[in-house]
Design a protein around this ligand. Structure first.
Ligand code: GLU
Length: 310
C-alpha cells in the first residue's frame, strides 16, 4: 500500500468521515457549504393510471400475480436515483422503480401494492427462472447470452460502462489506464465480464453489490469501480468531494425489463406499456424526478426491440 498511515487507522478515519457524510446527507445539507444532495421527491413523481379490466390470460406470470393479488418485482436497493431502498421505511425509489410502477399500472395492478424484492446482479436469471419474481427492473443489460435464459422487454434506457475513482486519483482517466490497478465491479455483471475479457491486465475484484465496491474505493482497498455510467453518476452525486466519474462510456448497456423466457405475452404487454409511457410523457416525467437529479437531462429513450421468440 503506498500510504503512510496504517490501514487500520486509515480505515477508522474514513469510517468516521463516512458517518459524517451520511449524517449530513440525512440532514439534507451538503459538505463544505455545497448545495444539498438532491433526492427524489415523492410529490414530484407521476401517478400512473391503472388499466381497468385489464386481462392477460396468455401470460402464466400475470395469471399467477392475479391470483396472488399483487406483483412481485425484482430490483436493486443500493443504486442512487435508480433503485434505492430506504432502510427506515423499506420503501424503494428511483427510475427503475418508477418503470416498474408504470408497468404494474399498465398490467392492471395498483402500483402501491407492488412488492419489491432486492436481487443482486448475479442472481437475476435464477430469480426469474424460479418464479421468485414476476419481472425484474434493475439496470439489467439486454444481451444475447442472457436472452438464452430470460426474456427482455425494452430497452427503456441506454447506459454505457464507465469508471468511478476517488477525487485524489491522478492516474486513471479511462480503461486504458487500468493495468495493474484494482478494479471493482459486481459479480455476474456485464462490466465485470468486459474488464476480464478486454482489459486482462487489470486486477478485477468482484462483490455482490456496487455499494460494497464504493466502500472499498473510499477506503483505498481498490483503485476504481466500474459499471454503468448511470449508476456511477449517482454515487458521485452523493459524495462529490470524494468521488468522480472519469473518461467516456466504453460500452453500450441497453436496459431491459427481465421476464421469464417463455412468457412472450408478458413481454409483448410490457413493450406496449413502455411505448405508451414514452408517448404519453410518463417516461420523461419519471426520469426527471429521479435519474435526472444526477445532472443529465432526459435523453430520447431507445426504441423497444420486439425480437421474435425462439
Ligand atoms: N447493466 C449491467 C448489467 O446488467 C451492469 C449493472 C448491473 O449489474 O445491474 O450487468
Amino acid at each position: 500500500m503506498p500510504h503512510s498511515r496504517t490501514p487500520r487507522l486509515r480505515r477508522a478515519l474514513l469510517a468516521a468521515a463516512l458517518t459524517l457524510l451520511a449524517l449530513a446527507t440525512a440532514a439534507g445539507c451538503g459538505r463544505n457549504g455545497s448545495p444539498p444532495v438532491k433526492s427524489p421527491k415523492a410529490g414530484e413523481l407521476p401517478h400512473y393510471p391503472v388499466a381497468e379490466n385489464f386481462r392477460l390470460p396468455d401470460s402464466p406470470t400475470w395469471r399467477r400475480a392475479e391470483a396472488r393479488g399483487h406483483l412481485v418485482v425484482g430490483a436493486k436497493e443500493d443504486q442512487p436515483y435508480l433503485g434505492e431502498r430506504d432502510p427506515a421505511t423499506g420503501t424503494y425509489s428511483g427510475f427503475d422503480i418508477e418503470i416498474a410502477k408504470m408497468m404494474s399500472a399498465a398490467l392492471g395492478f395498483d402500483p402501491a401494492t407492488t412488492r419489491f424484492k432486492t436481487i443482486a446482479s448475479a442472481n437475476r436469471e435464477t430469480a426469474l427462472q424460479n418464479g421468485q419474481i414476476d419481472f425484474y427492473v434493475g439496470t439489467y443489460t439486454i444481451n444475447a447470452l442472457r436472452k438464452k435464459q430470460v426474456g427482455f422487454a425494452g430497452p427503456y434506457y441506454l447506459a454505457g460502462q464507465g469508471l468511478l475513482v476517488r477525487t485524489d486519483e491522478k492516474d486513471i482517466h479511462g480503461p486504458q489506464d487500468l493495468a495493474g490497478k484494482r478494479v471493482c465491479s459486481a459479480a455476474g455483471s456485464t462490466p465485470a465480464q468486459r474488464i476480464a475479457a478486454d482489459y486482462p491486465q487489470a486486477i478485477l475484484v468482484t462483490y455482490d453489490t456496487y455499494s460494497v465496491c464504493v466502500d472499498n474505493l473510499l477506503t483505498y482497498q481498490v483503485d476504481a469501480v466500474t459499471t454503468d455510467d448511470a449508476i456511477l453518476l449517482g454515487y458521485a452525486a452523493k459524495a462529490p468531494d470524494e468521488l468522480k466519474v472519469v473518461g467516456k462510456p466504453f460500452s453500450e448497456e441497453p436496459y431491459g425489463i427481465g421476464v421469464p423466457r417463455d412468457d412472450t405475452a408478458l413481454r409483448a404487454a410490457l413493450n406496449d406499456a413502455l411505448v405508451a409511457a414514452e408517448r404519453d410523457g410518463y417516461w420523461k416525467r419519471a426520469y426527471e424526478a429521479t435519474l435526472g437529479l444526477s445532472g443529465v437531462p432526459a435523453p430520447q429513450p431507445p426504441p423497444v426491440d420486439r425480437y421474435p421468440a425462439g
